[in-house]
Design a binder for this molecule. Structure first.
Ligand code: PLP
Length: 375
């Protein structure tokens, strides 16, 4: 580094920006199966409601509602309904972010900033935890996973016992995990339950609508647990950047302190509220996506070149069989590049390939193109 920008923290100088879509050259990508979005835009009925709301309800000259009250009420009702238990969630249990990415950053600021804590992640997992921690100068403790990507619990326990400068304050888990698609098992949940109350457990349920498994019923007993969800996947609202956290009211108050006052534009608040009200129009595609996942899983397995894991989310994870570890990364990079040239964008991450389930037509492309490029 020259002296230019020498006021920038040295850690940031070495950090590359997150680039969800590799490259920047103008190839015509037909199938965007690299970021786990929904393959379809909103239904026209919902788009018209949104357009109407923009015309009639939104005052562009006014700041958005910083309390997010209506959206939080709609979310609380949805969370309560989908919990299928006697738990009752209210607006006091919800905080809304500009994507769950914002909530992740707020939680890091609230827990670990100023050399007060480290975070623990088990790789491969969602990369934003590490990226955001790095931008804040927060140390990251990484542990591995075992067969079928179950957390290596002995290693995790040991890492917590041996990390004290600063100690682990936050454990991140994804349920089901990205990029590997596995939901938390009983032994993993039991370990999370055994953690002391001075460690925050963040359960990222970005794919809840696909997995229908949730830990929200634990929240009433566990003051150190928080669940994150998003409108970017099943609700087809990635462009609007809306995520939410569910936790006990004390923890939610802390998140509300940390966030920017006008963090979520009015249009995004209304979009998320309308998507919730109209969810019966959105969820058939969730079911179709699950059916498609189950249709193509055995086909990709039968390909023979790949190990494919069962998934509870809207993507599948693959690794190459019969290839040495040293050659694996290079071969995966080649496949990713060749698929891109053929018109399918996927994500090469964590030593494997993560492929979003798209429309039936896109998934058929995935099958034929993978067969064509693997050799
Ligand atoms: C997609 C995804 C999110 C969503 O992030 P947003 O900022 O809400 O778009 C969060 N966590 C995981 C694990 C994801 O895969």
């Amino acid at each position: 580094m020259s002296d230019r920008l020498s006021f920038i923290r040295s850690e940031l100088a070495q950090l590359a920006a997150y680039t969800p879509h590799p490259g920047g050259e103008s190839v015509t990508i037909v199938d965007r199966l690299d970021t786990n979005e929904s393959p379809l835009d909103l239904p026209p009925e919902i788009k018209s409601k949104l357009a109407w709301a923009y015309q009639q309800e939104i005052e562009a000259n006014r700041y958005p509602d910083s309390s997010h009250y209506e959206l939080k009420s709609a979310i609380a009702e949805y969370v309560t309904e989908s919990a299928k238990l006697n738990d009752n969630f209210s607006t006091a249990n919800i905080s809304v972010g500009n994507g769950s990415d914002e909530l992740i950053r707020s939680l890091l600021i609230a827990t670990c900033l100023g050399a007060e804590g480290s975070i623990l992640v088990a790789t491969p997992t969602f990369s934003m935890y590490g990226i955001l921690a790095k931008t804040l100068g927060i140390p990251i403790v990484t542990v591995s996973r075992q067969k079928d990507f179950v957390l290596n619990l002995d290693a995790a326990q040991q890492a917590i016992e041996q990390t004290n400068n600063p100690p682990v304050r936050v454990v991140f888990v994804v349920h089901p995990n990205s990029p590997t698609g596995n939901a938390l098992r009983t032994q993993e949940l039991d370990w999370l339950k055994s953690l002391p109350e001075d460690i925050l457990v963040i359960v990222d349920e970005a794919y809840f609508e696909f997995s229908q498994t949730s830990v929200v019923s634990e929240l009433a007993q566990r003051s150190n647990w928080i669940v994150l969800r998003t409108f970017s996947k099943a609700f087809r609202l990635a462009t609007h950047r809306v995520g939410y956290a569910i936790a006990n009211p004390e923890l939610i108050k802390v998140l509300e302190k940390v966030r920017l006052p006008y963090n979520l534009p009015s249009f995004s608040q209304i979009a998320a509220k309308i998507a919730l009200q109209q969810r019966q129009l959105l969820f058939p595609l969730v079911n179709q996506t699950i059916e498609e996942r189950e249709r193509i899983y055995p086909i990709l397995q039968a390909n023979g070149a790949f190990e494919v894991w069962p998934s509870q989310a809207n993507f599948l994870y693959l690794r190459l069989k019969n290839i040495s570890n040293e050659r694996q990364e290079e071969a995966l990079a080649d496949i990713t590049k060749n698929l891109k040239a053929a018109g399918t964008l996927i994500r090469h991450t964590g030593g494997g390939l993560r492929i979003t389930i798209g429309t039936p037509e896109e998934n058929n492309h995935t099958i034929t193109r993978l067969a064509a490029v693997q050799s």
